[in-house]
Design a protein around this ligand. Structure first.
Ligand SMILES: [Fe+2]
Length: 514
């Protein structure tokens, strides 16, 4: 808000306050009958000197305002070297208010590079759970990185057991969530655990859905374990939306604009992200880079907000003329140029594209027929090949694409243009399965995989189990373990490594190591 407007507003409010109770009053001694930190804590978007710390006051998370009943309250925060908070490094005070669902975002700075810290929040008599977070190595350092990435945690189709295993990984510096953090729909009566309410549309709806998801203890444990990098996919707003085109064709552009504003605001309020707020929530730009020293640079993409509508009426179809229109975009011009400029100018050893929908071509039809998912990059083949061409030019064989969305695990060679499979491999795509979406999952037999590979020779491995992907990245190689659980419809599933892959820096194509 401009200062002049702000002052004008202040004058108006002062007049208002003379006759009505002061709605701007902030209490430093709120009294809570229930735990206001029931949604846990999280951290994200680390730098070499800090990171963003998050919590939200919500003593009764299912209620529209989280049970705060309009009470503005101060929240104290502390960062320490130890989990007993004897050796405090920095601390401060913030205010939680209804405009942002009583969420708190603290962008801490002034910390030491490449170091672990503990953090917590306090409001009134209440103290939050303790979270761990860390800073990144300083610019120039090639310190190895232990990272996990995941996506697609549909509440009503499975338990978040895999996230509990993320929280218990022995070595984990960073977690990356590639979207479908919440799902927008209502639940069928047969659901394992039901979404509260019907399909969500308003900001109150999205807030309550985030509160329901954030109440999960496995999700809370994974957040408290280490900093996260979060981007969104479609279900944070509406299934397969494209720009301002929703799934339901009866929903107008204006309705989608309002819905997107509500959804993007709800997302921002519930994630520990360094994403500047904008005048209109409907236009929130979440693309950003995060660097792990000079070892690796992460590009957080948004493949939903700026894309053209899915061609040929969406779903899996033969390629139609519309698909091949060179003007069609997945990222929008600004994001595309931002990504190319970044890939061209970055001195980082590895370039990592944190992406939503599958980038590799996938022909789903056996024999001479050719059918692709119009929602994935395959439905935007000119834009996809343009991006792969730029990777080939600017950062060949040191670029990794990590992908979610599809609820299955895949390893792909990415050729410099899928329209010309004789062109060299310039990058590798690791697609991670869902945490819980689509339920228990299943094994894939060798015959099925061979049939898929006959149509798609760049496909190296595929599995339909639930879980996440663990990566160890150093100067020599990108090592990947596909971590899977045998079921998600019952609690306490064990975790195991289904397979391991190794991509050597400067060499095309990942190799299976286990
Ligand atoms: Fe999903």
């Amino acid at each position: 808000m401009e200062r002049r407007l702000f002052l004008a507003d202040l004058t108006r409010y002062a007049a208002l306050c003379a006759v009505v109770p002061n709605i701007w009053r902030v209490t430093s001694r709120p009294r809570f009958a229930d735990d206001p930190f029931a949604l846990g804590v999280s951290s994200g978007d680390p730098t070499s000197t800090g990171g963003v710390l998050w919590t939200r006051l919500a003593p009764r998370p299912n209620e529209p305002d989280g049970g705060m009943e309009g009470t503005r309250a101060t929240v104290d925060w502390e960062v320490a070297h130890d989990d007993q908070f004897k050796n405090i490094v920095t601390k401060g005070r913030a205010t939680a208010g209804p405009e942002l669902a009583y969420s708190i975002h603290i962008d801490v700075d002034g910390l030491e590079a490449d170091r672990w810290y503990f953090y917590r929040f306090m409001s009134g008599q209440a103290v939050s759970p303790v979270g761990r977070f860390r800073t990144t190595p300083a610019d120039g350092a090639h310190t190895p990185l232990n990272m996990a990435f995941m996506s697609c945690q549909r509440w009503d189709q499975g338990l978040f057991t895999a996230l509990g295993h993320v929280a218990r990984e022995e070595q984990l510096d960073l977690a990356i969530h590639l979207g479908d953090y919440i799902y927008e729909g209502a639940s069928p009566s047969t659901a394992l655990r039901k979404h509260q309410g019907l399909e969500i549309r308003t900001v109150d709806d999205y807030r309550r859905r985030y509160a329901q998801y954030k109440s999960d203890p496995n999700l809370q444990a994974a957040h408290a374990r280490c900093p996260w990098l979060v981007t969104w996919d479609d279900h944070e707003v509406d299934n397969n939306y494209a720009g301002l085109v929703g799934e339901n064709v009866m929903e107008s552009t204006e309705q989608m604009q309002q819905r997107r504003a509500a959804a993007y605001q709800g997302w921002w309020e519930h994630q520990a992200v360094r994403v500047p707020r904008v005048k209109s929530w409907a236009d929130l730009n979440i693309t950003r880079t995060i660097s792990w020293g000079s070892l690796s640079r992460f590009y957080m993409l948004d493949t939903r907000q700026y894309r053209d509508d899915q061609a040929c009426g969406d779903t899996i179809k033969p390629v139609c003329a519309e698909t091949l229109d060179p003007k069609r975009t997945m990222l929008g011009d600004a994001q595309e140029q931002w990504l190319y400029n970044g890939l061209g100018s970055s001195k980082a050893h590895w370039q990592v594209i944190a992406n939503q929908v599958m980038m590799a071509q996938y022909d789903a039809a056996p024999g001479p027929d050719f059918r692709v998912s119009m929602d994935q990059w395959g439905g935007y083949p000119v834009a996809r090949d343009r991006l792969l061409g730029e990777i080939g030019k600017r950062a060949p064989n040191r670029t990794v694409v990590i992908t979610g969305d599809i609820h299955t695990n895949w390893v792909h060679d990415l050729h410099n243009g899928f329209s010309r499979p004789d062109r060299p491999v310039v990058a590798t795509e690791f697609v991670g399965t869902s945490i819980s979406s689509d339920g228990d999952g299943r094994d894939i037999d060798a015959a099925r995989l061979s049939a898929m590979q006959a149509e798609n020779p760049h496909l190296k491995w595929y599995s339909a189990r639930r879980g996440y992907v663990r990566c160890r990245i150093d100067e020599q190689a990108w090592n990947v373990d596909y971590r899977t659980v045998p079921y998600v419809t019952r609690p306490d599933a064990p975790i195991s490594t289904a397979t391991s892959w190794r991509l050597q820096h400067g060499r095309p194509g990942a190799e299976r190591t286990a």
